[in-house]
Design a protein around this ligand. Structure first.
Ligand code: UDP
Ligand code: MN
Length: 264
């Protein structure tokens, strides 16, 4: 199915737009995953063009030495993406949709659309899982104040985001009529040996966090540069950033020499 899709390339100029045009900001939280991005960007362009989804790909590239912060990068993607995009896809770089029936169109007024649903994602199957790939209207993302900036290192930020959605009375929709199961709906190009997850002190850190606070209203970052680069002929907007951390509040944002968390 993967090669079929790559071979069915449809140029941007052939995309016929509906009368009502929505445009998606494909927001990719990113650090040191060039190999994955080289596969991801051209693949997604073909996949989305085949669905006639107008879109732009944004890679939010974390340049500082702090621990990786997926949620803060997605917040920046929301803030820095062009205003003609009326919805965002929060999208892991290593998760490729294989089934062409996975719908990336403008999500419903009820709430976000979770493309990589628990019954379909190759790795995560718990019922409230909301990570991987989530489509959300701009107004809904704003309504929930985006994601918490306080999750440094792997995990937790998506589960907290699920609580925000619930708290705001939004409903999550899921793909319907997909029969390819957890094995053939996505390709997870993640090598656990070369890309180990930074799970140090994970439980301890999330236990210390205040819930449902922090978000697009308190994010601190510096926009270092912004440029459009072609990756295998696919235009990608790089947003290069330095995140800031309040070490009093979230000391676990620092990493020690060994990669362990250094608590001052
Ligand atoms: N990511 C990254 N660099 C890192 C860690 C994570 O670019 O060092 C991004 C990348 O988009 C990745 C996403 O964050 O797909 C989620 O991280 P990861 O794949 O480790 O999580 P998983 O869902 O596999 O547990
Ligand atoms: Mn992964």
């Amino acid at each position: 199915m993967y090669m079929d899709l790559v071979n069915s390339y449809k140029p941007d100029s052939e995309i016929t737009l509906n009368n009502v045009t929505h445009k998606m900001a494909l927001v990719v939280p990113f650090r040191h995953c060039k190999d994955e991005l080289k596969v991801f960007a051209p693949y997604m362009r073909v996949f989305l063009n085949n669905q006639s989804i107008p879109h732009r790909i944004y890679v939010i590239n974390q340049l500082d030495d702090l621990r990786f912060n997926r949620a803060a990068l997605i917040n920046i993607g929301f803030l820095e993406s062009d205003s003609d995009c009326d919805y965002i896809a929060m999208h892991d770089v290593d998760l490729l949709p294989l089934n062409p029936k996975l719908n990336y169109s403008f999500p419903s007024a009820e709430g976000p659309h979770h493309v990589s649903a628990p019954g379909l994602h190759p790795k995560y199957h718990y019922q409230t899982f909301i990570g991987g790939i989530l489509l959300m209207r701009r107004e809904h993302y704003k309504q929930v104040n985006g994601m918490s900036n306080e999750f440094w290192g792997w995990g937790g930020e998506d589960d907290e985001f699920a609580q925000r959605i619930l708290f705001n009375g939004l409903k999550v929709t899921h793909p319907q009529g997909i029969s390819t199961g957890i094995l053939h709906t996505f390709r997870h190009i993640h090598n656990d040996t070369t890309r180990p997850r930074d799970q140090e002190q994970y439980q301890k850190n999330i236990g210390r966090l205040p819930r449902l606070s922090s978000g697009i209203d308190d994010i601190q970052y510096t926009l270092v540069s912004r440029n459009v680069t072609l990756i295998n002929d696919t235009p990608v907007t790089f947003i290069n950033v330095h995140l800031s951390c309040d070490v009093e509040r979230t000391p676990w944002c620092l990493q020690g020499k060994s990669g362990n968390v250094r608590v001052p």
